[in-house]
Design a protein around this ligand. Structure first.
Ligand SMILES: [Zn+2]
Ligand SMILES: [Zn+2]
Length: 144
């Protein structure tokens, strides 16, 4: 299957080795993409593993969010040494929501981890090409 992070690669060659912890993310961008895929796939254990502030106590809440929404796609706005700005789109209750976040990552014992995020209240652009990757306009595809 195509990787949920919309990289265009197969899941097995993209985010799966990270989610299954066969290897560590080499950049914050890789980690961010794999965390998005983990949200799509409900891989809550990995979400907790890759986040400095999450613990087993957050499992139910993470799983409810992960499974409670219909994920559309991810677009990366900007990525540098320790910051990734992204837009993740999903449908919930028949409406499209945009999660626009600038995430900060830190290294803990040589492993990249999600640290904090700054949220932006951005409007959804209806005329962009659909984040699902169909090539259609958002408003004519997954936008609700
Ligand atoms: Zn991926
Ligand atoms: Zn679409």
């Amino acid at each position: 299957m195509q990787c949920p992070c919309k990289s265009g690669f197969e899941y097995t060659e993209c985010c799966e080795p990270l989610i299954k912890r066969k290897k560590e993310a080499s950049t914050p961008l890789e980690l961010m993409r794999s965390r998005y895929s983990a949200f799509v796939l409900g891989e809550v254990g990995y979400l907790i593993y890759s986040d400095t502030h999450s613990s087993e106590a957050d499992k139910e809440e993470l799983l409810a969010f992960s499974k409670g929404v219909e994920w559309i796609g991810l677009s990366i706005v900007e990525a540098n040494e320790n910051v990734v700005e992204f837009k993740a789109y999903y449908n919930i209750g028949g409406k499209t929501e945009l999660l626009h976040e600038k995430s900060r990552f830190i290294q803990v014992e040589d492993k990249w981890k999600y640290d904090t995020g700054e949220l932006f209240h951005s409007k959804i652009e209806r005329n962009i090409s659909c984040p699902c990757g169909s090539g259609k306009k958002f408003k004519k595809c997954c936008l609700r």
